[in-house]
Design a protein. Structure first.
Length: 253
């Protein structure tokens, strides 16, 4: 099965590793604050939707922050090293709500831009390494949903439906046997009857990606140490229950 998340770290190799994401409980990035220095990103503070927050590096210098709305996702993300390959130098992203964020070191010019694969655009948090500065960092994203499969479809109330039947005479005839021997008469006809029914389903990411139980559609996805879900919205001509959906994640690697 394809890996459900994507993460690309940009910067140097030093510092103490950190990982602050909702990979295990489904929490998402809610807010990010960044302090920058002359030649590096000094510190980053991250808030997740489950109420947790952490600061990495040592806050100092100019500061700016960005808060994501419910359902807001990244549409692009670029990271830069500091030009010496030792620190993170800049962070720039845009969102589907028209939001833009750009935090960069103050005295050194930006060199090589690293466009990041954002998968579905749904950000789960950050990971990297830091000491007094942010040595290297990346954003963890949920990969794009490749397909959603309905399985074990059950119609528990189908037997309760009263068929709307109308009587129609297709063909009639009469035959009288006036002899004492058995005779056979055949009447043939045909009529094509087509009956159709339809339903539709759509899905969207939920902010917490917790387990969802819906009266119309029950859906749960389980992965070791992970918790994702997609909330389907279904419309059907008859009352039905759909017991499970299997989600496949697109692997762009």
């Amino acid at each position: 099965m394809s890996k459900p998340t994507t993460l690309q770290i940009v910067g140097g190799k030093g510092g103490s590793p950190f990982s602050f994401t909702g990979e295990k409980n489904g929490a998402s990035l809610e807010k990010i604050g960044v302090w920058v220095g002359e030649s590096q990103v000094k510190a980053v503070k991250v808030w997740l939707s489950d109420g947790r927050s952490e600061t990495f590096g040592k806050p100092d210098g100019p500061y700016q922050e960005y808060s994501l709305k419910s359902g807001e996702c990244f549409t692009s993300l670029s990271l830069w090293e500091n030009g010496e390959g030792t620190r993170l130098g800049a962070i720039k992203f845009k969102t589907n709500e028209g939001g833009e964020f750009f935090a960069k070191m103050t005295n050194m010019g930006l060199k090589k831009e690293h466009p990041i694969d954002i998968g579905s655009g749904f950000c789960l948090g950050v990971a990297g390494a830091a000491g007094a500065d942010i040595d290297g960092m990346g954003f963890m994203f949920l990969n794009a949903v490749q397909s959603a499969v309905l399985t074990d479809v059950n119609y528990p109330t189908l037997h309760q439906l009263i068929p709307q039947v109308s009587v129609e005479e297709i063909k009639s005839g009469s035959y009288t046997n006036e002899t004492s021997t058995n005779q056979e008469q055949t009447i043939e006809t045909s009529k094509k009857v087509t009956k159709t029914s339809s339903w539709s389903i759509s899905y969207s990411f939920t902010k917490t990606f917790s387990q969802l139980w819906d009266q119309a559609l029950q859906r749960q996805v389980e992965e070791p140490s992970m918790a994702w879900s997609v909330r389907p919205n279904a419309t059907m001509s008859n009352k039905s229950n759909f017991r499970m959906i299997v989600i496949e994640m697109a692997d762009k690697s």
